[in-house]
Design a protein around this ligand. Structure first.
Ligand SMILES: NC(=O)c1ccc[n+]([C@@H]2O[C@H](COP(=O)([O-])OP(=O)(O)OC[C@H]3O[C@@H](n4cnc5c(N)ncnc54)[C@H](O)[C@@H]3O)[C@@H](O)[C@H]2O)c1
Length: 393
């Protein structure tokens, strides 16, 4: 079958996300299925150009997957005429300058979040990308998770009636690194290296809340570092200078609904899991409630809502969890990262619409920044709407 090759620079491909989710589970998975089918019957064949700092690691990854194109020279990779897309999954602190180089080189941009370390940087990137006339996209993988797709379907189908509140619980215990190796890279716990759970997770919560419920209008956050010392990849003790837990309250303006929805989301790398999934959102509405995780979603309609009566003298007589009904898949869900890659590739080659761009990424960075402001100043912060290029000042 006829196929068109599209060159994609993958920077940060030796990292957890770059390697596993973006290279193996997305682009190589697409190649395994023969490429991305296009409407004209041909296939789009992604050709990764691996970029990183270590020749040894790049060669090893390329050999393992039968790839031939890799380099430690980003400028050389960006100068290649057969490369159309630059993708970035480096550590956050390295992202902004690399994205700028790629925009200057006229490549389309696809990137991990957060897009920059602060709002000014994130907005500048979006402006530069628009001015250069390139296409741009930001990873918003949680939207493509089966559990959240089902939740979104419930919202769109009007299941909840008036939506009152969202409560989210995210996190797990990340080992300190002394007696058991830490399962996250140490830069996550150093502010100077772009670490911190607020900067990491608030961009995710932003797009989840915005896309499923409505505009995020305010934030109040309490942010803390529960574990002040950790041990790095080399077994060296270091000070954790970045936050490892963020307790946030967000208000959401939902079109067509009076009053704001309140969303309260706990994010923590210092919590032990007593949940069904690593992230869960409970949504309560006048007509019904739902609990959605990564994969599963359960509902309780108002008609089947039990009537518990508070009496601490008696043991619980009801099994509350069993009173919820499982929402069926009714669809096949592919890996979320791959699903979003496919949409971005279609955006680039077919000009299909794509809304998860650098402006959406900037709104996520804005939420993290204002969340940290709220925590520092001990107050609720209203979130101004970002002006996009072309709008009057
Ligand atoms: N979408 C998601 O669900 C998700 C999940 C985790 C992380 N992320 C984002 O992906 C990015 C990478 O995170 P990760 O967990 O894969 O990190 P990681 O430490 O596993 O990988 C980081 C990559 O950046 C490279 N790098 C470039 N310059 C570096 C430098 N100066 N110091 C250290 N490494 C450098 C490393 O070689 C490696 O390839 C981060 O921006 C993070 O916010 C997204």
């Amino acid at each position: 079958m006829a196929r068109t090759t599209i060159g994609i620079v993958l920077n940060g491909v030796t990292g957890r996300m770059g390697y596993r989710q973006h290279l193996v589970r997305s682009l190589l998975a697409l190649r395994e299925q023969g490429g991305l089918p296009l409407p004209d019957g041909t296939r789009l064949w992604p050709e990764p150009v691996l970029v990183g700092r270590s020749e040894t690691k790049l060669r090893e990854i390329a050999d393992r997957h039968g790839l031939t194109e890799w380099t430690t020279d980003l400028a050389a990779a960006l100068a290649r005429p057969d490369v159309q897309i630059y993708f970035d999954a480096q550590v956050t602190a390295q992202r902004e300058k690399a994205l700028k180089l790629a925009i200057e080189a006229g490549k389309h941009i696809y990137t991990e979040k957060p897009t920059a370390e602060d709002l000014n940087g994130a907005v500048e990137l979006a402006r530069l990308a628009d001015a250069a006339g390139i296409k741009h996209g930001v990873v918003q993988d949680k939207l493509f998770l089966p559990g959240l797709r089902k939740l979104d379907r419930l919202v769109k189908g009007g299941f909840f009636g008036r939506i009152l509140s969202v409560r989210g619980e995210f996190g797990y215990w990340v080992f300190e690194g002394d007696w058991q190796e830490a399962q996250r890279p140490s830069w996550n716990y150093r502010a100077a290296d772009g670490g911190g759970i607020t900067v990491d997770m608030f961009p995710h919560w932003h797009y989840v809340l915005e896309q499923i419920f409505g505009r995020v209008a305010s934030v109040s956050a309490h942010v803390t570092t529960h574990i002040p010392q950790r041990w790095d990849e080399a077994g060296e003790r270091y000070d954790a200078t970045a936050d490892d837990a963020a307790y946030g309250i967000f208000e959401i303006e939902r079109p067509g609904q009076d009053g704001r929805i309140v969303a309260q989301i706990n994010s923590s790398w210092s919590v032990r899991v007593y949940r069904d999934e690593l992230v869960e959102f409970q949504v309560d509405g006048t007509e019904g409630s739902a609990v959605a995780g990564l994969r599963n979603c359960r509902i309780q309609h108002r008609a089947s809502t039990p009537k518990p009566v508070w009496n601490p003298d008696l043991p619980a007589t009801e099994d509350f969890r069993s009173q919820w009904q499982v929402v069926p898949d009714n669809a096949e869900f592919d890996n979320g990262f791959k699903a979003q890659w496919e949409l971005f590739l279609r955006h680039v080659v077919l000009d299909e619409p794509y809304s998860w761009d650098l402006w959406a990424g900037a709104r996520g960075v804005q939420l993290a920044e204002l969340g940290l402001t709220s925590a520092r100043e001990g107050r609720r912060v209203e979130i101004p709407e970002l002006r996009t290029e072309g709008e009057s000042a």
